[in-house]
Design a binder for this molecule. Structure first.
Ligand SMILES: [Zn+2]
Length: 472
């Protein structure tokens, strides 16, 4: 057990039931409040996401825009005066969109607004045509007989439900992740899914598939929700419905991009790290403003607020702009692989990757001794409308590969009620971001990063956290 832990435990023993505000010095709390108030008087890093989405635009991992985004990030972070800025390599297979055309050919003609799903193969030139066979969800397709599917185009109609915490996404997205693989085994010729989003506008949603190397998959596209409604009505007429779909796409085996990392070097424990993350890549449609330009803006603003203080934090603070999140968490995987042996020095990981809506709750995965620190941090976030949540947290998608290694993580949970109206569509553009809400996010990340860096207690990443979880 480390000395600060013993001191803190003694404090708790001496002051049972106290607010444990004593965890932090008055100076550190005053600085946290100053960061919070200054953040709220600014625009949350709107200038950063404006520049990224204007100068670089959409930046699919492995595209020419990927390399421009990495150069943009490196020069931004260097110009802002971070103590160190460096790149770490991330290698992954790539996919790029040519075009997609989906139309109903019988019983009436109807053009559909569609987007190929990432890693969809191309159709043969001229496309494929077949009778539509509809399934409620992926599970229903998995139970289908080959004779009912063979030679046809599968349509999976599951609807994503709207929720503040985005919980409707997980169940519905199975159709996108696995539909084209399951349907290939059953002999279908193509797959169409209802968009995994909540918009009633005529924008289709893209996103990745989940497959093993060499696994056969069919050409697959998502159609906009109004088109999915229309397709269901056509099927309900009772006559055979036929679709024609044509997709052009390319893939490559390997491309090397980079995680871009910036450091504010800690004054007392430079080897100990508070890691804030966001992902630099986006899908190839829209301009990746909400996903995840907003996250890049939020953590950059939090970092520059702390850089502007006339002191350095006790621990180091890292901003990590992850590469290639959208096409398979490649940046997060590379970071976990490169750093997991050092996790005992990682105070926390926290990624902003859920748009620009206001944060309403903090949750954390930390050792028991550190939970009072999270409670104390929450008290400083309370004026921002942020409540105390549970001790279950993921840290965000790019920290998922680090969870099995015991990384302590914090979730600053955002209101995602409207996020999936825009996510992964042509409609994810800068105008969807409210600078005031962005500023609330930046305020919360600045307070979290500062107090976590000043905490007298380590959050317990690595073997200690894993052992405690086994015993719980
Ligand atoms: Zn994202």
């Amino acid at each position: 057990m480390r000395l600060p832990v013993i001191v803190a435990l003694l404090t708790l023993l001496v002051l049972p039931g106290s607010h444990a505000a004593e965890l932090f010095s008055e100076d550190d709390l005053a600085t946290a409040r100053e960061l919070r108030d200054r953040a709220l008087s600014r625009d949350g890093g709107f200038d950063v996401v404006e520049d990224l989405t204007t100068r670089i635009g959409p930046r699919l991992a492995g595209s020419e825009a990927d390399a421009r985004a990495v150069a943009w990030a490196e020069s931004l972070l260097t110009d802002l005066g971070f103590d160190r800025v460096w790149l770490e390599p991330v290698t992954f297979p790539t996919w790029s969109r040519g075009f997609e055309r989906v139309r109903v050919t019988a019983p009436v003609e109807h053009n559909m607004e569609a987007l190929a799903i990432g890693f969809s193969p191309a159709t043969p030139v001229g496309g494929v045509e077949g009778e539509v066979v509809m399934f409620d969800d992926l599970a229903a397709l998995q139970e289908a007989q080959a004779e009912d599917v063979s030679g046809r185009i599968v349509f999976i109609r599951n609807r994503m439900s709207r929720a503040r915490d985005g919980s409707g996404y997980g169940p519905a997205v199975q159709a996108r992740a696995r539909g084209a693989i399951v349907a290939a085994e059953l002999g279908a010729v193509g797959v169409i899914i209802r968009s995994i989003g909540t918009s009633t506008n005529r924008f289709a949603h893209t996103g990745g598939m989940r497959f093993d190397v060499g696994q056969r998959r069919l050409p697959a596209a998502a159609i906009s929700n109004p088109d999915a409604d229309q397709l269901e009505r056509l099927i309900a007429l009772g006559e055979p419905v036929r679709l024609h779909m044509e997709i052009d796409a390319q893939k490559t085996e390997a491309y090397t991009s980079h995680n871009v990392i910036a450091e504010i070097t800690g004054a007392n424990y430079p080897e100990k790290i508070v890691a804030l993350g966001a992902h630099l890549d986006s899908w190839d449609v829209g301009t990746g403003a909400l996903d995840d330009g907003a996250g890049i803006a939020i953590i950059t603003e939090a970092g520059r607020l702390i850089l502007d203080l006339d002191q350095r934090p006790d621990r180091s603070i890292h901003l990590i702009f992850f590469a290639a999140e959208e096409i398979g968490l490649w940046g997060g995987r590379a970071w976990a692989e490169a750093h997991h042996k050092n996790f005992e020095n990682l105070q926390l990981g926290a990624e902003s990757d859920f748009g620009a809506g206001p944060i309403y709750e903090i949750g954390a995965r930390v050792v028991d001794a550190a939970w009072p620190v999270i409670e104390a941090i929450q008290r400083e976030l309370e004026p921002l409308g942020i409540a105390l949540g549970s001790r279950r947290a993921s840290g965000g998608p790019d920290f998922l590969p680090s969870l099995p290694h015991g990384l302590a993580v914090v979730d600053l949970r955002q209101d995602g009620t409207t996020y999936f109206d825009y996510h992964h569509t042509e409609n994810d553009t800068l105008d969807k971001i409210d600078p005031q809400e962005l500023a609330q996010n930046a305020a919360a990340y600045a307070v979290l990063a500062w107090l976590a860096a000043q905490s007298p207690i380590d959050f317990g990443s690595g073997p200690e956290l894993l052992e405690q979880e086994r015993e719980r």
